[in-house]
Design a protein around this ligand. Structure first.
Ligand code: AMP
Length: 219
């Protein structure tokens, strides 16, 4: 199973991708996490990517595609869930070409739809655990102790690119560059649209249904 989750920043894409990866027992690739790891390690790629990420811009296609395809080559072939890739039509085409060479293809793409007003509200309040990466939100999902992760006791912080100016830029870049990707997969008959505004478990159920895999849930 090769599936893609697409959603604007703040749509809950990362949260859902983590849940789905466990439920579907597929490999998980998130280009945003890969870039953040490179930044944390201080590599040349990380230094370059950080310039774009901090502004809320996309990292250029050639860098992103190269990194993703290398990871894909080293990923077991039993199936993959892609989170945050592709974000441009160029990336979608490169992915299709690479998969075709492996005699496989994307099965299904789910788009998590959330209104722009709600996205702005969520991004403003988002906090991440520096240790286990759990996501909290001051508006919708607060930690029990301010600034401390419920799960592992790690410190919570606001991502550089969630600060208001970068968050606004990320949303506008997303709507400009990633909306055509939805059209790309709609034309292939692979796109399903799911509302991301309900409770987390409802969104998970809708996504599993879109992927034709609701049977993995316990009764
Ligand atoms: P995310 O965690 O998915 O929101 O990604 C964080 C940041 O990493 C984005 O705002 C971009 O700067 C960069 N990034 C992640 N995935 C991609 C991609 N497929 N294409 C370009 N830039 C990306």
């Amino acid at each position: 199973m090769h599936i893609i989750l697409i959603g604007p920043p703040g749509s809950g894409k990362g949260t859902q991708a983590n849940l789905l990866t466990k439920l579907l027992a597929v490999n998980y690739i998130a280009t945003g996490d890969m870039f953040r790891e490179e930044v944390a390690k201080g590599t040349e790629l990380g230094k370059l990517a950080k310039v774009y990420m901090d502004r809320g811009d996309y990292v250029p296609d050639e860098i992103t595609i190269d990194m993703l395809l290398k990871r894909l080559e080293n990923t077991p072939k039993n199936g993959v869930l892609l989170d945050g890739f592709p974000r441009t039509v160029g990336q979608a085409q490169a992915l299709d070409d690479a998969l075709a060479k492996r005699d496989t293809a994307i099965d299904k793409v789910a788009y998590i739809n959330v209104s722009e007003e709600e996205l702005t509200r969520r991004l403003g309040g988002r906090l991440i655990c520096e240790r286990c990466r759990s996501v909290y939100n001051e508006a919708t999902h607060r930690s029990k102790r301010t600034g401390i992760c419920d799960r592992c006791g790690g410190m919570l912080y606001q991502r550089e690119d969630d600060r208001p100016e970068a968050a606004r830029r990320r949303l506008s870049v997303y709507f400009q560059q990633t909306t055509p990707v939805l059209e790309y997969y709609r034309k292939q008959g692979k796109l399903a649209e799911v509302s991301g505004e309900g409770p987390i478990e409802d969104v998970t159920f809708a996504l599993l249904t879109a992927f034709g895999a609701a049977s993995v849930l316990p009764d």
